[in-house]
Design a binder for this molecule. Structure first.
Ligand code: ZN
Length: 277
């Protein structure tokens, strides 16, 4: 029996529309349709931002609530992960939707340079977001843009301020942050297995590195992220036609590594999330 691979689809992101693939879904109904196609293609985890109609990102909890309703109706059991990052507000605004109790939420445990700004995560904000996630029984996905963030997350889980077991995502290829470097990737995975042996992990490569990191993750037994959020124009990547196309690309690769796209039930079991009807 092959090992399941959870395919995350990052459907929209927070990059302004003019810089982005026009296929990126903007309105809630476009996002629900696009996620549904990706779900049918094999994705079981949706990483979500919400946008205003002009394409700018927002942290409006009402929009997040509408998106969650649509996804629950059209993608039964799919794991819903809301982003606390991006450009969706400043400080605690970024966690204003956590009372909606999504299955998961993203959490960066440190700061890093991004293409045109600083992705700023003070320890005070990290502690607050982590406490909110614990209070609402939301599983964090730790976004690791640099090695220190991995150690911080493990330290917090040992101290009981983040839940165990951790789920970590290694993000590579963001301009001005950690490049997609195979030896560093291997070291990340080895280090995680050494300091948090019960943790699960996903690899995410941005722009032209998306496919390479999908291959590396399948090879090393991790899970895969794809989607239009990471498939961006400024790095000269081919513009994908849809989220479903990108998910299908990963689903088709699984067999090469004796893996298969996880079912909803498998994905929930792997991440220790409750089964949902
Ligand atoms: Zn995101």
């Amino acid at each position: 029996m092959s090992e399941p691979c959870i395919i995350t689809v990052a459907i929209t992101g927070s990059v302004p529309r003019k810089e982005h693939n026009p296929a990126v879904p903007i309105t809630v109904s476009e996002q629900v349709d696009s996620t549904h196609e990706a779900f049918e293609a094999g994705a079981t985890l949706a990483h979500c931002h919400v946008r205003n109609d002009d394409g700018s990102t927002t942290s409006d909890p009402d929009k997040f609530a509408a998106l969650m309703d649509g996804l629950k109706k059209h993608c039964p059991g799919m794991i819903i992960q809301l982003s606390t990052g991006g450009r969706s507000g400043s400080g605690r605004e970024r966690g204003g939707m956590l009372p909606l109790k999504p299955d998961m939420a993203s959490l960066s445990t440190g700061s890093v340079n991004f293409p045109t700004r600083i992705y700023e995560n003070s320890q005070e904000l990290i502690d607050w977001l982590a406490a909110e996630m614990m209070a609402y029984d939301i599983k964090p996905e730790i976004e690791v843009f640099d090695l220190s963030m991995l150690f911080k997350a493990v330290e917090m889980s040992e101290a009981g301020t983040l839940p165990k077991p951790l789920h970590v995502q290694f993000v590579m290829g963001v301009k001005n942050a950690m490049p997609a470097d195979r030896e560093v990737f291997d070291f990340y995975v080895r280090t995680l297995q050494r300091i948090a042996p019960d943790a699960t992990w996903t690899g995410a490569g941005v722009a032209r590195h998306q496919l390479a990191v999908n291959h590396w993750s399948l090879e090393l037994g991790g899970h895969c992220r794809t989607g239009l959020e990471d498939n961006i124009r400024w790095d000269g990547t081919r513009l994908a036609a849809s989220n479903a196309e990108l998910v299908k690309r990963v689903a088709d690769l699984c067999g090469e590594y004796d893996r298969h796209p996880a079912s909803v039930a498998e994905a929930r079991t792997l991440l220790h999330l409750p089964a949902r009807a």
